[in-house]
Design a protein around this ligand. Structure first.
Ligand code: SAH
Length: 222
């Protein structure tokens, strides 16, 4: 027996998930592999039981320690953008959080390296991914702002907390042709999703839609 609770049929039913995926399509998600994985991945196991009736609503939800599980649309959108230039062999994720985004990436990419600064959150995420038998993930507890140089360079980097300015240190860990998707901007000001593509030693920057993320913070916490 594992410790994951499988909640009532209402929340896990195919119909509820199909409705979410239909909404993602309406919001403009086009990548069919991403839509299929969003439909088959149980988001409710990443959420506290008290909130799990909202697991398939297209909203972010609290996961404790002042953090949130990202909105499904954002998870799908960021994943779709990373995949635009083809499948990624090695992906670095900053901000494991609940592990839901990690689970989506693990099913679409070769290998995922995920860093989180709150140990309790990462420990929980790790258990949930193990229950889903997603084993192509390496976890690191620490400050993701420094990246994971020993494991790079990466085909893709995804940052799921917002730095105030572009994280140059992370950009350096992209492969030539690699892409980084990152929300940039102050917590109380405007934030935008930015796509950074490395071309040799140059970085092309595209500013995409307005978003709202928790801030990328320094240091590591127990
Ligand atoms: N993708 C996650 C998002 C979690 S919220 C999910 O959907 O569940 C963002 C996460 O980034 C939080 O867990 C927060 O603790 C983490 N974080 C913030 N700053 C960080 C840093 N410098 N290094 C690593 N993780 C960080």
């Amino acid at each position: 027996m594992n410790s994951i609770k499988i909640h009532g049929i209402g929340m896990t039913s195919q119909r509820t998930r199909r409705r979410l995926v239909q909404r993602l399509e309406e919001e403009g998600i086009r990548n069919q592999d991403v839509l299929n994985i969003m439909a088959s991945t149980p988001r409710h196991i990443f959420i506290d039981e008290a909130l799990s009736h909202k697991a398939y609503d297209d909203i972010s939800l609290p996961i404790g320690r002042g953090q949130t599980i990202s909105q499904p649309y954002i998870v799908a959108r960021m994943t779709e953008i990373l995949l635009e230039s083809g499948p990624c062999e090695r992906v670095l994720e900053i901000g494991t959080g609940s592990g839901f985004q990690t689970a989506i990436l693990a099913q679409l990419m070769g290998k995922v390296f995920s860093i989180e600064r709150i140990k309790a959150l990462q420990d929980k995420a790790r258990k949930h991914l193990a229950v889903l038998r997603l084993m192509n993930v390496e976890y690191r507890y620490g400050d993701g702002g420094e990246g994971w140089i020993e494991k790079g360079p990466f085909d893709g980097i995804i940052v799921t907390a917002a730095p105030a300015v572009l994280p140059r240190e992370l950009m350096q860990q992209l492969k030539d042709g690699g892409r980084m998707i990152v929300p940039v901007g102050a917590m109380d000001g405007e934030q935008h999703l930015c796509l950074i593509q490395r071309v040799g030693d140059e970085f092309e920057k595209h500013i995409l839609e307005a978003v709202r993320f928790v801030p990328l913070l320094g240091g590591a916490l127990e």
